[in-house]
Design a protein around this ligand. Structure first.
Ligand SMILES: [Zn+2]
Length: 423
């Protein structure tokens, strides 16, 4: 592997408050203060942003057990093509990642065939059943960076309290998919005007908010960080805003589909508009964007959830929840948050994809400080491009964004000094 000099780029590294046009040096796979003495590759980064390698904290890689949807290898290639050098994968695999040997299997698999850094999470409860706590300590030894029952949600508050207290002993983040099962029932879309018109069972926003409120109370009680995944409701933003103002260590995450789309899209009955939590109303979209603008929501992620064509190509009620995300999220967020609404600038967007997730799950990533691993994402923030699902590296094609015209994308992804993808 050759050393690198990346010339004349706009280096944006929020971890050290750096934002300037400069050259960046990579020697032996690490960021260096000085150029390499040996022969090295030069990359012209004029008019490009040079950022720490982006981190997606919410990815479903589907292995073990569902390799017809995605594998560690294909999911990591999609991540690289989206500009991500590190991803955090969810434990709702088959079998679920609720024990050290499954975690070890995933880490081995990632070492053997992943293009990017893959960090596994472990389940909070055995079998994601909400009944009995998983062996969290041994999963920590096997390398998990957080616990979550994502795809599911621990309903028993006492169980959740004990899990949060246990996580605190390991300085481990708890991430939660916020959903009250009884209130959601068989709901498949946002409960509101469109669910009534379409005759589909509703998933009310309160069913998310009530668990966000529970998590705020537990984060305060246990003084431990709890991260609320993929927030969809304006009410969740208000709860989080108040809690954070009181200094409670609770964080929130936004996925692009929850601001790019509304429940009205479901009127097409296209199952690529079916996700969990569901697409909501215009006022939720506005509240989510406001929550990003004022710093209530601090982390961006995709909830990349591949499903095979035959699984999605069924009646709306019967289709699985979720869509692809890794290759469209940066373009969607740049288009909506930076260019269209100007809710945040580039610096803030990069913060939400680097320092903030790295701090939450304690990754030694998200920085271009001297000595750090040379994980680098080069971004053309103004490039206009069209996403085509047939070009995706994912094994699946379940996306509602085929043919969307976006502004801004990653043009090169570098992991430990090595270019693993370029446009
Ligand atoms: Zn989820």
């Amino acid at each position: 592997m050759m050393d690198l000099t990346i010339k004349n780029g706009r280096i944006i590294d929020p971890s050290i408050a750096r934002d300037e046009i400069a050259d960046l040096y990579v020697v032996d796979g690490r960021i260096s203060a000085r150029p390499s003495g040996a022969e090295c590759e030069t990359i012209d980064a004029r008019n490009l942003v040079v950022a720490p390698g982006l981190i997606d904290i919410h990815v479903h890689l589907r292995e073990p057990g569902q390799s017809h949807k995605e594998t560690v290898e294909t999911g990591s290639q999609a991540a690289a093509a989206g500009g991500f050098s590190s991803i955090v994968c969810m434990p709702n695999t088959d079998p679920p990642a609720d024990n050290a040997s499954t975690i070890a299997w995933i880490t081995d698999r990632a070492r053997a065939c992943a293009a990017v850094n893959v960090y596994p999470t472990g389940a909070i409860t055995k079998g994601l059943s909400g009944q009995e706590m998983a062996s969290i300590g041994s999963m920590v030894q096997a390398g998990i960076v957080a616990i979550t029952d994502d795809g599911h949600c621990v309903q028993n508050h006492e169980m959740m309290r004990r899990a949060v207290e246990y996580a605190r002993m390991f300085d481990l983040a708890v991430m939660d998919h916020c959903q009250d099962y009884d209130m959601v029932g068989s709901g498949v879309m946002h409960e509101g005007y469109w669910s009534t018109v379409l005759g589909l069972a509703g998933w009310p926003r309160t069913a998310e908010e009530i668990v966000v409120a529970r998590n705020i109370l537990l984060a305060e009680l246990c003084n431990t960080r709890i991260h609320c995944q993929h927030l969809s409701s304006g009410g969740s933003v208000r709860l989080l805003r108040d809690a954070r103002a009181r200094g409670i260590p609770v964080t929130g995450e936004l996925c692009p589909h929850h601001i790019a789309l509304t429940d009205e899209f479901v009127s097409s009955f296209d199952t690529n508009y079916k996700m969990n939590p569901p697409l909501r109303a215009r006022e939720d979209v506005e509240a989510l964007i406001e929550g990003v603008a004022d710093g209530t929501i601090t982390i961006l992620g995709s909830d990349h959830a591949p499903h095979a064509f035959f699984e999605k190509e069924v009646e709306f009620d019967r289709a699985p929840f979720g869509i692809l995300g890794l290759e469209t999220e940066l373009g969607l967020f740049l288009t909506i948050l930076v260019h269209r609404t100007k809710a945040i600038d580039l610096n803030r967007l990069i913060t939400m994809y680097t320092v903030n997730p790295a701090t939450l799950v304690r990754l030694p990533k998200g920085t271009l400080g001297v000595g750090a691993d040379a994980d680098i994402t080069m971004i053309d923030p103004d490039l206009e491009w069209t996403f085509r699902k047939q070009d995706s590296f994912s094994l699946s094609r379940n996306t509602p964004f085929d043919g969307w015209e976006l502004k801004g994308r990653a043009v090169r992804t570098i992991v430990a000094g090595k270019t693993i993808w370029k446009a």
